[in-house]
Write a protein that binds this ligand. Sequence first.
Ligand code: NAD
Length: 356
Amino acid sequence: MTLNLTEETAPEGYERLVFAQDPESGLQAFICVHSTVLGPAAGGCRMWNYATVDEARTDVLRLAEGMTSKNAMADLALGGGKSVIIGNPQSDKSPALLRAFGRAVQSLDGSYYTAEDVGISPDDMKIVAEETPYAVGLEDGAHGTGDPSPFTAQGVFQCLLVGAEVVFGTSDLSGRRVLVQGLGHVGMSLAEKLHGAGAELIVADINEAALQHAKTAFGATICDPAEIFETEMDILAPCALGGVLTEATAQKLSAKLVCGAANNQLETPEVADALRARGIRYLPDYVVNAGGIISVAGEIHKAGTSYRTERLDGVAARIRTLVDLSDKTGRTTTAVADDMVADILAKASDAARGAA
Ligand code: NAD
């Protein structure tokens, strides 16, 4: 039991930033609570081979802030938080490391709930849960909701249909060229749905086995990840990591619609304007990819799977509202969504002040 917790000075606008280290298991992790205005913070745990501690810190801060927006827009009584474990999920993960991470989550005493994200599976979460009740996305247990990824994929797919109708005048995806970047838990599930809907799939990943599966199972064409922005497509579905859309890539993208699961797809907020100027419809990631957190919210609120059944369709309905408002006001969907989030948070803060 060598867990060391360092409370770092959280940047302005953030509530807490904790760096956890456990020399015995090799754990190095950040837990960030961005906001608890709407309720306890909730957001997944990412395990990634960050090159430096600073890179991991930057990532957790962006991801945690994004969770505040995501949970607010999904109308959940949850704030925003996230955690990242520094290390290669293939070679550095161990039960001892996951348990040490669970103790770090427990030290926040319920102000942060963790779940699966990139590099972390439901089996891993089960080990984390041995140390804390604030680990969700579990396969079993009275209110377990399991892997959130299929529900994230379902929400993305439904939003993509809305986007296709708006951009191409029909939600029929037959023959529509859709490039899925990242064939992980969400991307592969999305690819399966797109294939079922008749889309012509193009796939890019750094994992050869995933590419071969998509090729065999869905007849997908494989694209080198470095060639994505040189490839002809109708729709781009980013389902790998963040920052894929930059000022430069926005100028090259051939798609007319972007709708995917990856968090923080825009390198900077201004990229939304660059996409709009080129007539490309971008559906904000934190609205589109809320299916997973909606699923685990059912576990947090001890409502089980019926919670997501009642709320999952709301994801595409919110995208429809955003698109309509964007068209009406001439602003990007991102700007409209960001304003809505600010409004939700301001109202909740006012209500809390009034009650105090
Ligand atoms: P995952 O780890 O299962 O899959 C990520 C995939 O991306 C892997 O197949 C990986 O090989 C691939 N990849 C990594 N770098 C790449 C690159 N440079 N080019 C192409 N492919 C690359 O993760 P996931 O759970 O499927 O999540 C995917 C994205 O969606 C992440 O950004 C995650 O934060 C976001 N997200 C996931 C959920 C969820 O429910 N899992 C919910 C909301 C948002």
